[in-house]
Design a protein around this ligand. Structure first.
Ligand code: 13P
Ligand code: SF4
Length: 301
């Protein structure tokens, strides 16, 4: 263990803190975390940990979800400006307009969203459970926010539902194109293409598998194939390579890097644990109203 890693271990004990990290963190941050996972796993774990303080190595909506599910705990966010642009790509005004148009509507909110959007939604989902949860809803009409690509991916598997889309997207995944897939397949002819459903429909259509971060990791681990082209954020390659030393992973595009996730560094983890700032601050009404759709997600998945 190097000096920074040792300091973090000391701080965990001193502050009764636990570190949660998304797979999109750099490898050194994943290595110091107590729990590493996708958005769904992190929400689940945030609800179960006993420590007084949660250090959320990820973007703001992840810290907010942890706080909403654990209002009594301190949730530290190492990089205060690590924010997901997609989280802001829907509006309460649009939710109200769509609600006024349909009697039988469920507003389904991808967790990659602000607490304000969650407050006005019926249920949250992640990419790992969206299909299962939407299927289980009694409503025929589904307003899926904020990600249009994930909405279309889920809708394609549930023809019995009527989806209304919102035009948000993840800039990192939506940047990947069908031409990138064709080019990567010709460079690595034997490789399977695994992509995240935040990618455009024309990209997921060309893939061998489209699924959540954890789904991609599971698929690659279980597959007999030896080479994979990975169409999601670069950080996932750390776990894939660690768990599958006999397999080779190529990024679909060298620029598939989320600049917000990458704002979290080991130095910032140390700083936030030493100083206790920045932490997630939310008023009681927001916590209470945003809790219901998140808890419904955990119950239905
Ligand atoms: P998952 O963790 O649900 O795979 O989502 C990916 C993502 O973009 C998180 O910001
Ligand atoms: Fe947001 Fe996309 Fe970055 Fe995830 S990868 S935090 S969805 S911008």
């Amino acid at each position: 263990m190097d000096e920074k890693q040792l300091r973090i271990q000391e701080l965990k004990k001193e502050k009764d803190a636990v570190i949660l990290a998304h797979y999109y963190m750099t490898g050194d941050v994943q290595a110091v975390a107590d729990y590493v996972g996708d958005s769904f796993y992190l929400s689940r774990i945030a609800q179960q940990v006993k420590a007084k303080t949660i250090v959320m190595c990820g973007v703001r909506f992840m810290g907010e979800s942890a706080k909403i599910l654990n209002p009594e705990k301190t949730v530290l966010l190492p990089a205060a400006n690590a924010d997901c642009p997609m989280a802001h790509m829907a509006t309460v005004k649009r939710i109200e307009e769509v609600r006024a148009q349909y009697d039988d509507l469920a507003v389904v909110c991808y967790v990659n969203s602000t607490a304000e959007l969650k407050m006005h939604s019926d249920v949250c989902v992640t990419s790992a459970n969206a299909m299962k949860i939407v299927k289980a809803l009694p409503n025929k009409n589904i307003f899926f926010i904020p990600d249009e690509n994930l909405g279309r991916h889920v809708a394609a598997q549930l023809p019995e539902k009527n989806f209304i889309y919102n035009d948000g997207c993840c800039p990192v995944h939506a940047f990947l194109t069908a031409e990138d897939v064709t080019a990567a397949r010709s460079t690595h002819p034997g490789a399977l293409v695994l992509v995240h459903p935040e990618c455009r429909p024309e990209v997921t259509a060309l893939a061998d598998y489209a699924g959540s971060t954890a789904g991609i990791i599971q698929y690659a681990g279980a597959s007999d194939a030896k080479e994979f082209i990975i169409g999601t954020e670069h950080g996932v390659l750390y776990e894939l390579e660690k768990e599958n030393p006999d397999k080779t992973f190529y990024p679909l595009h060298e620029d598939q890097i989320c600049p917000n996730m990458k704002r979290v560094t080991l130095d910032k983890v140390i700083d936030v644990m030493e100083s206790g700032v920045p932490f997630i601050k939310m008023d009681a009404e927001t916590i209470q109203k945003a809790q219901a759709p998140l808890e419904k997600m955990l119950e239905l998945s």
